[in-house]
Design a binder for this molecule. Structure first.
Ligand code: HEC
Length: 206
């Protein structure tokens, strides 16, 4: 299945999940306990389906990218910590627990957005590496671009079709682009940026 579709299912199921939680927290805070119980009962199956979809697609996305960012780890911890709080909060009608859980989920959503243009943890080539450019690319860039440059995860450019020259590519690698491509200027040395830009050049099909 293409990663764009999985990403879309993930976003939709997360949204449905959040809307359910928002409504339930709202009912609880307004003291509408019977409404809350009826709503919870009527949406139980739907909520189970969407939360399963949300978890499966989330794990699938980690597998597709083959990497996880620090902010995404914090996001996962927040999601997993918020679920038992919400379950207890809604069941025992504890407003503080349910609100806290909802805030944690909103925080997790914010982190997911904020992590979009962040790089995966950086790996540098050792001095003995015969092709540092290739090593840097395969360890820092393939999560989004794939080993052949064609993966296009999260709207990443197809590098095999790029028409940019080496200095333009180096500038994009250094500064990032459109809040989608991470900036590597503070993470990689100029020498590393040039080495990886040169390697990207070799992925061209033309
Ligand atoms: C988090 C995902 C992600 C990672 C990791 C990533 N990129 Fe990108 N890259 C993108 C996206 C998205 C674009 C398209 C940006 C745009 O549309 O402005 C892009 C665009 C580019 C371009 C411009 C191509 C063109 O012709 O427009 C180059 C070159 C590039 N990336 C190289 C790299 C290199 C080298 C690395 C590793 C050091 C890397 N990228 C890591 C997402 C990523």
């Amino acid at each position: 299945m293409p990663s764009a579709l999985i990403l879309k299912i993930h976003t939709i199921s997360v949204t449905v999940f959040l809307v359910f939680y928002l409504l339930k927290t709202f009912f609880l805070l307004l003291g509408k306990d019977t409404v809350l119980d009826t709503f919870s009962k009527n949406t139980r199956i739907t909520e189970m389906v969407f939360s399963a979809l949300f978890l499966i697609t989330g794990i699938w996305l980690i597998v597709i990218t083959g990497g996880i960012k620090t902010l995404q780890i914090v996001k996962l911890l927040l999601v997993f910590a918020s679920i038992p709080l919400a379950v207890t909060g809604f069941k025992k009608k504890k407003k503080i627990l349910a609100s806290l859980s909802f805030l944690m989920l909103i925080g997790a959503y914010g982190l997911a957005e904020a992590s979009r243009s962040k790089p995966y943890p950086i790996k540098h080539a050792s001095a003995s590496e015969s092709s540092p450019g290739k090593y840097l690319f395969e360890n820092n860039c393939t999560q989004c671009h794939g080993p052949d440059g064609k993966k296009m995860y999260h709207e990443a450019a197809d590098l095999s079709l790029s028409v940019k020259d080496a200095s333009m590519m180096a500038a994009i690698i250094r500064n990032g682009s459109n809040k989608k491509m991470p900036a590597y200027g503070e993470l990689l040395s100029e020498e590393e940026i040039h080495a990886v830009a040169e390697y990207v050049y070799t992925l061209r099909s033309n």
